[in-house]
Write a protein that binds this ligand. Structure first.
Ligand code: NAD
Length: 273
């Protein structure tokens, strides 16, 4: 007997981007989904080019277009790693088309997150600042460390990314800060300290420091330092290949295609909730 479940149809937005090309390859690598559409911004040189060829794999038989409504109607789920403005527009288009959407774009304002919430009333919306399984495990380890160390340790978050990254600190660093602040019973907005310079005075015990390094082709490094009297713990995650994010996002897309409307994150996808 053959398996009668048809593959999940996926639309990839930002298909010519660093992540978009990885996503096209990650969709092609799985038997349970297939590329149904690929989108780029209007005027992009990638319009009309085969998405597989752009991704450096075999031709996918799908040319890159610029019409979100048309692309989403041909798919069961969209995956979007673009810009905050484009992600909000794509979430609204997914809601209008009745299609699930997985969003990995970082640097969204609170208002823009509100736009994702609005779309999530109509369709499944998965947003995560980091789709790697390793980072989501690291978040768990951070909560455990903060719980044990409590007020005894000063907490600093150091991240490094490639020179093209346009937001700082990274969405992952901010998520780490939220997990630490929640565990320690602090309000991140009140205790976050971004970089230091000049006569800063002594470090406030309750502070959570963020430091963003940029350069070269670094895919994504995050270290959280817990510095106590007489000892120091450092928990580090290093991503060396964007495929780790792309594979996680495609896993999330296959999961989301069969969910009821709602706002989800990687904990839901991985069953960690
Ligand atoms: P990139 O600049 O290489 O790619 C973005 C692509 O989106 C570009 O090709 C651009 O032309 C396209 N685009 C912009 N507006 C569009 C529109 N209206 N319609 C269709 N396409 C449009 O950037 P990148 O390195 O691929 O990163 C994209 C986003 O993903 C960033 O916010 C980054 O921080 C985030 N990111 C998240 C994760 C994660 O796991 N959540 C991992 C890596 C990167």
């Amino acid at each position: 007997m053959t398996d009668s479940v048809s593959p999940v149809r996926v639309a990839v937005t930002g298909a010519a981007g660093r992540m978009g090309r990885m996503l096209v390859a990650a969709v092609a690598a799985r038997a349970d989904c297939r590329l149904a559409a690929a989108l780029e911004r209007q005027g992009s040189a990638a319009i009309g080019v085969d998405a597989g060829v752009l991704a450096g794999i075999d031709a996918a038989g799908v040319s890159v277009g610029d019409d979100a409504a048309e692309a989403f109607s041909a798919a069961d789920v969209a995956i979007d790693f673009t810009t905050p403005e484009a992600s909000c527009a794509h979430a609204a288009a997914a809601a209008a088309a009745g299609r699930a959407i997985v969003i990995g774009t970082t640097g969204l304002s609170p208002e823009q997150h509100g736009e994702l919430e609005a779309a999530a009333r109509d369709v499944p919306v998965v947003w995560a600042p980091n789709f790697s399984v390793g980072v989501n495990l690291t978040l768990r380890l951070l909560a455990q460390a903060a719980e044990v160390l409590g007020e005894d340790a000063d907490v600093e978050i150091v991240e490094m990314h490639h020179r093209h990254k346009v937001d700082a600190p990274s969405g992952t660093a901010l998520r780490m800060g939220e997990v630490l602040a929640d565990t320690l019973g602090r309000d991140l907005d009140l205790v976050a300290e971004h970089g230091r310079s000049g006569r800063t005075g002594a470090r406030g015990r309750e502070r959570i420091g963020f430091h963003a390094l940029r350069g070269g082709d670094v895919v994504g490094d995050h270290t959280v330092v817990f510095a106590a009297e007489g000892e120091r713990i450092e928990i580090t995650h290093r991503a060396s290949d964007r495929m780790t994010f792309a594979a996680g996002a495609v896993r999330a897309a296959v999961w989301a295609a069969a969910r009821p409307p709602g706002r989800y994150d990687m904990d839901d996808v991985l069953g960690l909730r």
